[in-house]
Design a protein around this ligand. Sequence first.
Ligand SMILES: [Zn+2]
Length: 414
Amino acid sequence: MMIDQTSMTLKNELHDLIEWLSMFGKTKNGGVTRLLYDAAWQKAQYGLKQKMEDMDLETRFDDAGNLFGRVSGRGEDKKVILTGSHVDTVVDGGKYDGAYGVLASTMAASRLFHLYGPPKQTIEAVSLCEEEGSRFPLSFWGSGTITGKYKMESAAGLLDRSGISLAEAMQSAGFGKGNYPQPVRQDIACFLETHIEQGRTLELEQKTWAPVSAIVGQRRYTISLTGESNHAGTTPMNRRHDAVFAASLMIAHAIQEASHQSNGLVATAGRVEADPNVPNVISGKCRFSLDVRHHELKVMDHFCEQALAFFKETADNLGIRIHVSKWMDAAPVKLDPRLTQMNLKIADHAGIPFRKMISGAGHDSQIFGTYCPTALMFVPSHLGISHSPSEYTRLADLEVGVRMLMKVLYQLAY
Ligand SMILES: [Zn+2]
């Protein structure tokens, strides 16, 4: 039997790199904790810089701590094809979320250079400094600083749980002092991100690759209801103002409506708090959360309007006061249709099992997606588990992702 030597080497190299990077911030549960600018993060970013150099990429940091590994183009077009993902993790997260995209991009850029020499257009692999929002109360610090969504000054007032400000943490890691170029960029032609799916669609459908056409918008509300607390035995049913009963009708309505939509909209009431929350007292107060996601603004608008109208009507009918607070509203982001189409064609040509997808989770690509043409590509997640030490993707699937990224980069840059 013939052994495909290049496949063996790519697989081995990828396996070794994933295991190597997961050692920085390894937890006792076998997970990874790498928070923005902490010791494990610093070791990982400086380690990656060395690794990129060993793989013949020209490296540099920007002043926010984003790390770039460049293969300079020989053409007229000075704009850069940027590809990568984030190096930070959630607390006790997995070894693939973010890390895989950083390593896939680094390997793809380096391998293309070794196979074909300098490209026409410059390729840069990037290890973005932060995406998860695990240490400071903000997320997308890496892609946000590059695209100008965040200014370096936005770091000043934000504190982590131990009272350290983002600016202090950045400086103690060696950044934010003006020693490196400012992160904001005007020379990016497009951004490409490979990432694990973090859901189970690909695995269940036995597909190995998915160009993503859109990232859902997210809206979050807290609904506070005030009725009347009273005795559970002596208050007749027709004289009650039961806040838990009102909340249950509202939640049931929202979830049922979402289930009937069959357009991919999802609604979740993940938190319910009753007051006084005892078995023999009618609850005078109840608060619940509502999280709504879809990739089209019109669909989200329509769903939220009708749900809130039903909430209001239900509250009025039961003699209950209602207060609605919307505390998160992120618009859906369409990824570049031309790049998505190109990726679908490449997959079809390569003969791998693929499908187009919508992402239900947030990614750096949603920040780049409003700034430059952006493509996001998924490989499967075993059992759909993510943000956990049990996060796992088969090496064979990870390999497909690297090979597909190489094909896409080749088409764009060579
Ligand atoms: Zn991620």
